[in-house]
Design a binder for this molecule. Structure first.
Ligand code: ADP
Length: 261
């Protein structure tokens, strides 16, 4: 409006401000939407096993199951209950990662020792799947939260075992690089199609839902990895080829002299 130069100046000054507010609101909306979606997913994921459990229990209670079929029904109840426990545990782990207080728990953690210990915890599971699990490398430490680092590395190695094939292998390498300490997990498993590779870090995202469920997956493992990486200023890289295998690399930053990153 040429007739009101003052008005124009006010607008000029106001516009960037209004745009910034608009941008902030959009970001808030996006966060609110993510929260909503997460809650909806959580309710759905919790309700599914609970509905099965109460359904099976009700049939047994009503005497509708032949005595010889009771072991099978109780087995199903047990399996669903176990699933529920894993799910609740993963949800608790994730919500803990949102708390800033975890920062005070940082100490020096030997990534090689930790990974070796995780491999031995997973040795039975990999033997059952006929997957050869080996670890190589050297001792290297990072400044971090032991429990979170444990969950991150465990999830990546467990996935490499879970999504593998009989007679396949998982190779873990831990060592130092110019960019800092690094953990590399390579598997000869089913691989991840290109179009899914970005999305696997989203909460509850699974390439093949029934496949993941069969293997006791919750779809939360890699979001725990992503959030854990953020807390440690680490970068996670995925290289994968369907039918060939997957390589996940976690690159930690170089330690500064004070031990802080
Ligand atoms: P889940 O509990 O289903 O394993 P994750 O968040 O750990 O959930 O992983 C998300 C999805 O990414 C999995 O459902 C699977 O489809 C895929 N995925 C993860 N790691 C691998 C791997 N090493 N090989 C093939 N697919 C994988």
């Amino acid at each position: 409006d040429v007739e009101h130069p003052l008005k124009e100046t006010v607008y000029e000054e106001l516009n960037p401000l209004l745009e910034a507010i608009d941008h902030q609101n959009k970001e808030k909306d996006a966060i609110a939407n993510m929260r909503k979606e997460f809650s909806a997913n959580v309710s759905h994921e919790l309700k599914t096993p609970l509905t099965s459990i109460s359904g099976y229990a009700e049939i047994i209670q009503n005497g509708l199951v032949r005595p010889e079929d009771i072991p099978e029904f109780s087995g199903r109840i047990y399996k669903e209950a176990k699933r529920l426990i894993t799910l609740v545990e993963d949800i608790i782990k994730l919500s803990r990662l949102d708390e800033e207080a975890v920062d005070i728990e940082k100490t020096d953690v030997d990534l090689y020792e930790l990974s070796r210990e995780i491999c031995s915890r997973l040795s039975q599971q990999s033997a059952e799947k006929q997957v050869r699990l080996t670890i190589k490398g050297e001792r290297v430490s990072t400044y971090g939260i032991r429990q979170v680092l444990d969950e991150m590395i465990y999830n990546v190695i467990e996935n490499a075992v879970k999504y593998n094939v009989p007679n396949g292998s998982v190779d873990v390498w831990v060592g130092d690089t110019l960019a800092g300490p690094k953990v590399v997990v390579s598997d000869t498993g089913i691989g991840i199609p290109k179009e899914h590779q970005e999305r696997i870090f989203e909460r509850f995202y699974r390439v093949d839902k029934s496949h993941s469920k069969e293997r006791g997956g919750t779809g939360l493992g890699l979001s725990i990895v992503k959030h854990g990486a953020l807390l440690h200023h680490a970068k996670v890289q995925v290289d994968s080829e369907p039918g060939k295998g997957t390589k996940i690399q976690i690159q930690f930053p170089v330690k500064s002299p004070e031990g802080e990153v």
